[in-house]
Design a protein around this ligand. Structure first.
Ligand SMILES: C[S@@+](CC[C@H](N)C(=O)[O-])C[C@H]1O[C@@H](n2cnc3c(N)ncnc32)[C@H](O)[C@@H]1O
Length: 210
């Protein structure tokens, strides 16, 4: 029998609908993106595409900020994990069978549409100024580039993330990967419990009026 939560049935059904489409084996790694607008927009796209886990490295003081007006709360529906030892984490994911697809505006990159994103994949995006670090680029299984035909050599990082993720989404949808859950029933129930609990806490918080 399913557990009961103090959340409307239609809200629970929405949770289940979203979780059934979550892609457990599509991970995004954000390397040192500093601008809160960019980071927040990336999170919103991840949620939209059904990314389950977002890992990030941030070298600034404190933690990266999230702008609610831009993320629209997307971070609440994602597994967001800060990484401190980037190489170790990426090596770990590779040993679990993930391919490391690194965005790289330079030599040796292939058109981003040439990659098979239906395989377990980590998509790596980099810092606004420096891009992805050499250290991470060395670990890449594939380096990808979004072709640029204009005078400017790069896209905004959140735009580039969306372009790549929607190609992954297209390929996965074509293969029916959104029609069969990648999370187990137990995993989904665990997440629903967490989301339902957080929803209640959020409802009980007094509104701050300016
Ligand atoms: C503004 S770019 C960084 C520019 C940096 N000078 C470089 O050469 O990588 C920030 C991030 O956006 C992504 N990006 C932007 N344009 C891209 C493109 N045309 N192809 C692949 N990734 C791109 C990459 O993740 C990159 O690290």
């Amino acid at each position: 029998m399913r557990k009961r939560y103090f959340v409307l049935d239609r809200r629970l059904e929405r949770f289940r609908e979203v979780l059934r489409k979550r892609q457990k084996d599509l991970v995004v790694f954000v390397e040192n993106v500093k601008n809160e607008h960019n980071f927040s927009a990336i999170l919103r796209t991840c949620d939209a595409v059904g990314v389950h886990r977002v890992l990030y490295y941030y070298e600034g003081k404190g933690d990266v900020s999230i702008n609610e007006g831009i993320s629209l709360g997307a971070q609440r529906w994602l597994f967001l994990e800060r990484v401190y030892d980037v190489s170790q984490k990426l090596e770990e994911l590779k040993s679990e069978g993930f391919q490391l697809v690194v965005t790289w505006i330079g030599e040796g990159s292939v058109d981003f549409r040439k990659v098979d994103y239906t395989r377990p994949t980590v998509v790596v995006v980099g810092n606004e100024l420096k891009g992805v670090s050499e250290e991470v680029a060395r670990l890449a299984d594939i380096r990808i580039i979004i072709p640029m035909m204009g005078m400017v050599r790069s896209l905004n990082v959140s735009v580039a993330t969306a372009v790549v993720l929607y190609e992954a989404q297209r390929q996965r949808q074509e293969k029916g990967m959104y029609d069969r859950p990648s999370l187990s029933e137990e995993e989904m129930e665990e997440i629903i419990e967490k989301w339902a609990f957080e929803e209640i806490i959020k409802r009980r918080k007094p509104e701050v009026r300016g």
